[in-house]
Design a protein around this ligand. Structure first.
Ligand code: CDP
Length: 220
């Protein structure tokens, strides 16, 4: 079968990465979590205390960032590395989630991330999830999905995901973070979160993981 590019966009915590991993496994494709790249950049900026309104400082910081993905042989998925450090767990922290949408709205940050994402798609056979994959990163992707789910379900799923490593996290905190990011991501000037005109909507509120995979495979 000729290799394709599969672009998955959608709201926060609606199961994009779960579906993307399922598809990559099934099809033998590479999976790239574009959100992890924005989270990695955010972690670097927080650590270096970068002043977001100083364009020169932002550019200089980006020059010092090297991001790559390496296979984790335990999980069989790739982990994200920032300048050689495995930061897969660190970037899921609410301190990163609380800042990432501000940083992802900066033009220089998007130019930096999108260029790397497009390069990763050169050989096709890739599933990438994010906010602007079907609209900006791969506007010619053969398959485009736009995922959504009821907000209460999304909060519940994300809370369940974060709780084991963050025993004190509250439902209210998670809800606020998702709402805030969805608002910032869909109203920013550059590459806002939008359904591409040719994307198919997948609402997985009432779907099991197997059912959502079946939906996507039928489409492919
Ligand atoms: O997993 P979740 O849906 O919560 O978010 P994520 O995919 O890890 O993305 C984190 C943040 O990165 C988003 O809220 C956006 O601000 C930003 N992002 C983006 O701007 N463009 C993308 N293609 C992917 C993520």
């Amino acid at each position: 079968m000729i290799k394709k590019i599969i672009a998955i966009d959608g709201w926060s915590a609606c199961g994009k990465s779960t579906l993307a991993k399922q598809l990559a496994n099934k099809l033998g494709y590479v999976y790239i979590d574009s959100g992890a790249m924005y989270r990695a950049i955010t972690l670097f900026f927080l650590r270096q205390n970068i002043n977001l309104s100083n364009a020169a400082e932002v550019l200089e910081a980006l020059r010092n960032i090297n991001i790559d993905f390496r296979l984790n042989t335990d999980s069989q998925h790739s982990d994200i590395y920032l300048n050689g450090e495995n930061i897969e767990d660190l970037i899921r922290d609410l301190s990163v989630a609380g800042k990432v949408s501000d940083i992802a709205a900066i033009a220089a940050v998007r130019t930096f991330a999108v260029a790397q994402q497009q390069k990763m798609g050169n050989n096709k056979g890739i599933v990438m999830d994010g906010r602007d994959i079907g609209t900006t990163v791969f506007p010619n992707a053969e398959i485009k999905l736009f995922m959504t789910a009821d907000s209460a379900i999304r909060v519940e799923r994300r809370l369940k995901e974060l709780s084991p490593k963050n025993p004190h996290i509250t439902m209210e905190e998670v809800k606020k973070n998702l709402e805030n990011r969805d608002h910032l991501d869909s109203t920013r000037e550059i590459s806002p979160l939008r359904k591409a005109a040719d994307a198919i909507v997948l609402d997985n509120t009432h779907l099991t993981m197997d059912e959502q995979l079946e939906f996507a495979l039928r489409l492919i």
